[in-house]
Ligand binder design. Sequence first.
Ligand SMILES: [Zn+2]
Length: 266
Amino acid sequence: MKLKVNDKLKEQLDEVAEIAGYLWQKGWAERNAGNISINISDIIGDENKDLPSLSTYGLPGEMKELSGDFFFVTGTGKRMRDVAKDPLKNGAIIRISSDGNSYDVIAEENIKPTSELASHFSILSSFKKKGSKNRLVLHTHPTDLIALSHIKELKNEDALNNLLWSMHPETFIVVPRGIGLVPYEVPGTVAIADLTLPVLEKHDIVIWEKHGAFAIGENLTDTFDLIDTLSKSAQIYAFAKTCGYHPEGLTKEQINGLIKPFNIKI
Ligand SMILES: [Zn+2]
């Protein structure tokens, strides 16, 4: 039995390829950096649900909410620039077991999922439990945002968001909930997921201190846009600083003046 790629699944895989290409072009995905997990249970198609297991792995804890779900996940050690060329050769389609304790790789090749799967799934399962529509996570290494997370004065959410919102009106329009800050933790651990979860109550994107961005959403392109928009603000700030100036920034009044015309809900 082989995977049958229906129209909706093809559309999703094409979007993965497109976004993976952007991550590489942006310089946010050196070597095998970054990863993507998407719940594809609604689009996998009944014809693919019983594909035989190519390998089975345990989950770090019981994830009942995800039992029987299907995901596309980028492969461990795989490069985004290769995911962009062929998502199914550089990622896996997996099926979570009915007890939520393990998962099977079912297509298209026997590729081991990202080492950050534990953190992805623990976050996605918690969102599903709450009835949230968020079904995907995107992790990448945006140079400019990571640089800001190294700056002592910006290690609080108010200071960081006020700076980013003040650099461009679009940033507040696109990311009105701002970016959350998660203190440094070892990558790929459940500990980093435990630190990230409460911060995601108030934000759709967080910066893992000195490491990278982690964003959640319903749609991969929109999720990428969150990171890209914040990155633009960080670049404007860095550009002015590089020229030897401190950027003036939008005033609080100018930022608040966006709420009404753009119907922003915080
Ligand atoms: Zn990373």
